[in-house]
Design a protein around this ligand. Sequence first.
Ligand SMILES: Cc1cc2nc3c(=O)[nH]c(=O)nc-3n(C[C@H](O)[C@H](O)[C@H](O)COP(=O)(O)OP(=O)(O)OC[C@H]3O[C@@H](n4cnc5c(N)ncnc54)[C@H](O)[C@@H]3O)c2cc1C
Length: 400
Amino acid sequence: MNNPSSSVFLSPSSVLPSSDVAVVGAGIVGLAVAYHAAKQGKSVQVFERNDYAVGASVRNFGLLWPIGQPGGSLLQRALRSREIWQELAERANFGLQNHGSLHLAYHADEQVVMEEFLSQAEEGYQCQWLSPDEVQRKSPAVKADGLLGGLFSATECTVDPREAIRKIPAYLTETYGVQFHFRSAVQSVDGGTITVGKKQYRADHTYVCSGADFETLFPEEFVRHSITKCKLQMMRTTPQPHGWQLGPTLCGGLTLRHYTAFQQCPSLRALSERYDQQQPLFKQWGIHVMVTQNHFGELVIGDSHEYGLTHEPFNRDDIDQLILNYLATFANLPDNTIAQRWQGIYPKLPDKTEVVLRPSDQVTIVNALGGAGMTLSFGLAEELIAGTYHHEPLGTDQKT
Ligand SMILES: Cc1cc2nc3c(=O)[nH]c(=O)nc-3n(C[C@H](O)[C@H](O)[C@H](O)COP(=O)(O)OP(=O)(O)OC[C@H]3O[C@@H](n4cnc5c(N)ncnc54)[C@H](O)[C@@H]3O)c2cc1C
């Protein structure tokens, strides 16, 4: 259904294409802002420098991962985002797997941390402890040898980001008349004027959602916030044979120290120290290991975390090998053939879950959702557009 009232129009006074809202960047943050603004009846135009977004939003696992969020407003935001993803998947016709997640315990200290988490888990988490037999009924991939059990959570979902990032713009255009300008690198946003090469556009309000490029637009705003970049290495297998199903996304004990949700567990520190003593390379390269399956049957495997403003463009095979070796401690896969390897980069602040800045009355910057942009963007954008967003909601150290 087209909504003609929300179409971008040519303003007779300025003769510039004009809209209520402009968005710079068609990554997941920009799409989430565009979606909520359009749903409110605003006319929206989106500027993306590439033919489609090829940044972090297509390079991720595609995991919607509420279990990684600490209880309270971030968990609620993640759960709300998940609801929106589910609606959108149906309406925009892309796949979404609702399989939940399993953190696996092979050592007593991993089980202790998971039990501590369960004993304190507040409302919103949907978790339970599973015995080894129950774990194996959930996933044929889990290695039985030495398995003590696992923390199952029902809230995690998987999308294929390559598919979603292309289908959402088409849906927004068709349903709400959102106008996308691809191959349009925005050079400046000055009050209500957006400059793309020799062309200018106008908008009452512009949202700058430029991801890892925080050097082009409003760089001085970012410098004040000690922003950095995180590089991650990822792999994807060929589709698994004969329709084999992984079931829930699997991860091992290393993931417990990666997400903020588990930081409240008293025994996490001792567990982390054991890992550091036994395998310091995991800490050095920021490795924790997850495997998920998209609806094409491919397994997505990662990842590592390296921080700095400039990154080598080259992937390190030893890092991939460390990831695959750790994966082999908890998962048996029918076909281990790696079809694709890549790296992704996202911006990150040391002590914030996102950055929302207002360099002027007409501009809002939304960035640095770190490793949780797929999980949080739709809920965050809904709060921003509705005017209910509270700056620096928790001040938590989001590790992802
Ligand atoms: C390897 C990896 C795995 C991850 N896994 C997960 C996961 O499983 N779950 C999860 O929740 N999160 C995950 N994340 C994090 C998530 O992918 C990011 O938080 C999210 O994609 C960031 O979205 P974004 O829109 O801010 O950035 P981007 O996706 O980088 O989009 C920004 C867009 O802005 C465009 N742009 C920039 N400047 C301009 C300009 N001047 N003019 C026009 N266009 C411009 C760029 O071309 C780009 O398309 C992962 C990230 C990585 C890298």
